[in-house]
Design a protein around this ligand. Structure first.
Ligand code: PLP
Length: 382
């Protein structure tokens, strides 16, 4: 079809092409999860829906390994969870120590500043984990600090940071911790209570293998106390926890309308979490680790190396160095056009230098690894 013909053609239903999703998200969605979202829409205050919401909160507590009462999904992508943590916890004038070892740490800084706070940055090279000693030095010298914010699993680089050590530092210096667990949840251990983390957000389209558009969050009692003690109202009406909780926390008939929950999307999340616990959380972590190892061996066999040191590699997001003389964009196009495989490009400092291969949730299987290595080997030669 020419552009002009396309412009004049009647618009009909959209049918997406058949794709194998192996980028930084969204990951492959299981037909059970897709089918769940096609079930009849019911009222978002219907007693049966409220019952499902209670199950969803419990499933998320188990996924985050927390007993935090306030654990629920926000109606937006992972970035909404990020924004909710910062707008609720940061008041104008507050200082927040922000660890930046990739693109998402940079977004945290933006969030702090837009909430009127001051960000004290601890920078590490892209591909390296957050340096715990540098964070301690920053906490020592920054004066009164409201929160320490870091990304557990940096999807832009494939590096995993030591969340237990960083949350312990936050405790030692009497500050709250804000943790980005968007890519980690379901793929590697996330131990919210074990770490003593205070505000943690995630997303649905990475290792939970749900369509994008929801952001599970969890808040400790200390984080909620800080929100309750604010001197200024939360500047975002939609994300103000004090208001949202009237809907998500009220018991039985006491729930009141705040926003209309994305009813069908929540069915999907419920189903994906049921599937996660059918497999078992630890089994899911082990599967991600095992298939990551298989991928690394396969990539080595076709002459490719990973960017991140073995000890800090994220199994679910593999940053692969583009060999000299290879047009990285062309390889991705061949993968997509010839095999229907989507992998990710490098972001920011790593643009043009790496590919990002996701093994997240349903996209983490023997079949995905073998297909990807074989197709990538052929695409590089073509
Ligand atoms: C994907 C991602 C986000 C943002 O999630 P969206 O759903 O794209 O808004 C934030 N942090 C990390 C580490 C991510 O991987």
């Amino acid at each position: 079809m020419t552009t002009a013909e396309r412009r004049n053609a009647p618009i009909t239903s959209f049918t997406p092409p058949d794709r194998i999703l192996m980028g930084p998200g969204p990951s492959q969605v299981h037909p059970r999860v897709t089918a769940a979202s096609a079930r009849p829409t019911i009222g978002h205050l219907d007693p049966e829906f409220v019952r499902m919401m209670d199950e969803l909160k419990e499933l998320l507590r188990q996924a985050f390994r927390t007993r935090n009462d306030v654990t629920f999904p926000l109606p937006g992508p992972g970035s909404m969870g990020m924004e909710a943590c910062f707008v609720n916890l940061v008041e104008p004038g507050d200082t927040v120590v922000v660890c930046r070892n990739g693109a998402f740490g940079g977004r945290m800084k933006e969030n702090v500043e837009r909430a009127g706070g001051k960000a004290v940055l601890v920078d590490d090279d892209w591909g390296k984990p957050v340096d715990v000693a540098k964070v301690e030095a920053a906490l020592k010298s920054a004066g009164t600090v409201k929160a320490l914010a870091f990304v557990h699993a940096e999807t832009s680089t494939g590096a995993l940071s030591d969340a237990a050590a960083l949350c312990a530092l936050a405790k030692k210096y009497g500050t709250l911790s804000i943790v980005d667990a968007v890519t980690s949840l379901g793929g590697v251990p996330v131990e919210v209570d074990g770490w003593g983390a205070d505000a943690v957000y995630s997303g649905t389209q990475k290792c939970l293998s749900c369509p994008p558009g929801l952001s599970p969050v969890t808040f400790s009692e200390a984080a909620l106390a800080a929100v309750a003690k604010r001197k200024t109202p939360v500047q975002s009406w939609l994300l103000d926890l004090n208001l949202i909780l009237s809907y998500w926390r009220g018991t039985g008939g006491a729930r009141s309308y705040h926003h209309t929950a994305p009813v069908n999307a929540l069915y999907s999340l419920h189903e994906s979490l049921v599937m996660l616990f059918e497999e078992g959380l630890e089994n899911s972590w082990a599967r991600h680790r095992r298939l990551h190892d298989k991928l690394v061996v396969g990539l080595k066999g076709i002459g490719l190396e990973l960017l991140v040191e073995p000890a800090h590699r994220l199994p679910q997001l593999n940053t692969v160095k583009v060999p000299a003389g290879i047009d990285e964009g062309k390889v991705r196009r061949v993968l997509l056009d010839r095999y229907g495989i989507e992998i990710g490009a490098g972001l920011g400092a790593l643009a043009g230098k790496v590919w990002r291969i996701g093994l997240m949730g349903q996209s983490c299987s023997e079949r995905h690894v073998t297909l990807c290595v074989t197709a990538l080997g052929e695409a590089i030669k073509s």
